[in-house]
Design a protein around this ligand. Structure first.
Ligand code: UD1
Length: 397
């Protein structure tokens, strides 16, 4: 770090830029901003939204549900190829750093906004903290794995969610003094919002709950390139889900890129797509996948909490189902979150059509039992991070 940037013993509040770009970032950053806002004399915080996710359902709904203030700075970069998106974020974020002169940049997770902003900051000699460091799928065909590996190599404070993440970092040569096992801020959010989510009417709106009667149903999310960019793979997954839909309703809040691919590959006949999730019950779709637009945080949490099984290729949902005790089948060959399969309710099933169906039917017969809650997934991860940062700030970073 550039010694010129050293802050003299907390003579003023340190200026922190929090970076968010995509849906999972919002969930990870909200509790940290809330916690750090308790120390106004120590931290002056600003929220930078890169605009990687920009649709109302992918962004604004989350800000509203999580009680996040409007971003202080919006870069509006939108979509593009990886190089275009990463490059645009870097160009815009560099201007922000030069203007704002932050003492610390905090990035979260593994999306393109994470690596882009970490790289900009570190080259300007601004200390960077990474929330959710050290996760590894060991699969470099995943863009997120590249983002994780590179971000961790260049950041100064690495906050991990589990001990195996610490081990991964140490094996990669990161020194122990930079690594802090603090727990999972995504779970902080889940625990904070669980009661509020009970007020969501999503189950009633979808016809899954009638008075006190709750139907058994499955929830699906799908957006990874490995699942949705190949027509044969995508068709195979949709076939399995339609077979499952003959047993129980299959609710599919669909990412815009997935809907786009379903249309590109002319597979739209395989789903019932209702653009307005509030308008209809699920009866109409009872023996076919019922796709709806992406849900806000609270509605999705409610939907997931009462499901018989969740099928997903998301990272965060593997963790959330572990805490909720809901069986999760991950439609991937690997996971960067192995603790959810050893301690939690998650199983890897890959993307073979027969395997997905067989495993889903199995779960309906024999519920996967929750084993245990991973250490520090207790709602206090943000408190631990803020404590470390206060200490570091006191020492002048
Ligand atoms: C990104 C992350 C992924 C994360 C996911 C969460 C990367 C490399 N990937 O994937 O790790 O799990 O967010 O949702 O950063 N689109 C819209 N509206 C939006 C956003 C996206 O229509 O608001 C469409 C666009 O066609 C866009 C495509 O989705 O090109 C992909 O968006 P992008 O942000 O590049 O990646 P995600 O698939 O969302």
């Amino acid at each position: 770090m550039n010694p010129q940037r050293k802050i003299s013993k907390l003579s003023r509040a340190i200026k922190v830029l929090h970076v968010v770009g995509a849906r999972p970032n919002f969930v990870k950053v909200a509790p940290l901003m809330r916690e750090m806002s308790k120390y106004k004399q120590k931290f002056e915080q600003k929220l930078v939204h890169t605009g990687q996710h920009y649709d109302e359902e992918m962004s604004k709904l989350f800000f509203d549900d999580l009680g996040l203030n409007e971003p202080d700075i919006y870069l509006g970069v939108g979509s593009g190829t990886h190089a275009e998106q990463t490059g645009k974020i870097m160009i815009e974020f560099e201007k922000v750093c030069l203007e704002e002169k932050p003492d610390l940049v905090i990035v979260a997770g593994d999306v393109n906004s994470t690596i882009a902003c970490a790289l900009v900051a570190v080259k300007l000699h601004i200390p960077v903290a990474h929330v959710e460091a050290g996760l590894r799928s060991f699969d470099k065909t995943m863009p997120e794995e590249i983002n994780r590996l590179l971000t961790d190599q260049i950041t100064d404070y690495l906050f991990t969610t589990c001990k195996d993440a610490n081990q991964n970092l140490i094996k990669e040569g990161i020194t122990r003094d930079k690594i802090f096992f603090v727990g999972n801020t995504m779970i902080d959010t889940l625990l904070q919002q669980a009661e509020i989510a009970k007020k969501s009417m999503i189950l009633e709106n979808l016809g899954l709950r009638d008075n006190d009667n709750l139907k058994r149903y499955a929830v699906v999310t799908l957006h990874r390139p490995s699942n949705v960019d190949n027509p044969t793979v995508l068709e195979g997954i949709l076939t399995a889900l339609n077979e499952l839909a003959k047993e129980i309703p299959v609710i599919f809040p669909a990412h815009p890129r997935t809907i786009k691919q379903i249309r590109n590959f002319k597979l739209q006949e395989m789903i019932n797509y209702e653009e307005n999730s509030k308008a209809v019950g699920v009866k109409k779709a009872s023996r076919k996948i019922f796709a709806i637009p992406p849900l806000g945080y609270l509605d999705f949490l409610r939907l997931m909490s009462e499901a018989s099984v969740v099928l997903t290729d998301s990272g965060g949902i593997q963790e959330e189902t572990t805490i909720l005790g809901i069986p999760c089948l991950t439609l991937r060959a690997n996971t960067e979150r192995p603790i959810t399969t050893t301690a939690g309710t998650n199983s890897l099933v890959g993307n073979d059509s027969q395997e997905i169906l067989g495993r889903a039917l199995d779960v309906l017969k024999n519920r996967i039992q929750r084993k245990k809650i991973p250490k520090h997934w207790d709602g206090k991860a943000a408190v631990r991070i803020a404590r470390v940062l206060r200490k570091k700030a006191k020492a002048g970073f």
